[in-house]
Design a protein. Structure first.
Ligand SMILES: [Fe+2]
Length: 189
């Protein structure tokens, strides 16, 4: 019988391998690598002349298909688990509050970013200076959020979440993506 391929790690140039959902914090970490690549692509797009249609399509696809699912993993599952498990000395509430500020600002800009990219793809027009500024501001907020998550939240999550928490996180992330349960669920993290 053919052995299952081990999950792919590392480049951030394609959507995160669902095989990593077995280890949900590693999956989130890989999603952050992916987000970082997309932020770099947005920055390049903002200064590209003429408009880089190929990069715009990659970014738009990420914004439409991947970003919202990742954010739901965190806001609906990871953050509540952290709030439950962390102690006062972890200062998790203030970290989450800071992260939410960048999150809210990125979400406020998101519809305009989508509309701007879709419009340039439809019309073949280049980005205006205002459009470029919008893209750079959006990427800045997304990047700040993921840097704080990598530096503060993920290390605390690795230290504090129990095996049962990780199983629950893995299950919820899989069902959010329509991925069937793994046969062995005791091996999470
Ligand atoms: Fe994140």
């Amino acid at each position: 019988m053919k052995q299952a391929e081990p999950p792919r790690r590392g480049s951030g140039h394609s959507p995160t391998d669902p095989g990593l959902l077995r280890s949900p914090l590693d999956f989130i970490s890989e999603d952050h690598l992916r987000e970082r690549q997309i932020c770099a692509a947005i920055d390049e797009l903002a200064i590209a002349a003429p408009f880089d249609r190929q990069t715009a399509l990659v970014v738009l696809r990420f914004l439409n298909e991947e970003l919202n699912v990742h954010l739901r993993d965190e806001t609906e599952d990871l953050f509540p688990l952290l709030a439950q498990r962390c102690t006062a000395e972890d200062s998790i509430e203030s970290a989450i509050t800071r992260i939410r500020i960048d999150h809210d600002e990125a979400m406020r800009l998101l519809p305009e970013v989508r509309a701007t990219l879709a419009s340039c793809l439809d019309t073949g027009c280049d980005l205006s200076c205002e459009d470029s500024g919008l893209l750079i501001r959006f990427a800045g907020h997304v990047r700040r959020r993921l840097v704080a998550e990598n530096a503060i939240l993920l290390p605390i999550a690795r230290a504090r979440l129990t095996r049962a928490d990780l199983r629950k996180l893995s299950q919820n992330m899989r069902s959010r993506r329509g991925v069937p349960p793994f046969l062995e669920t005791t091996n999470v993290e």
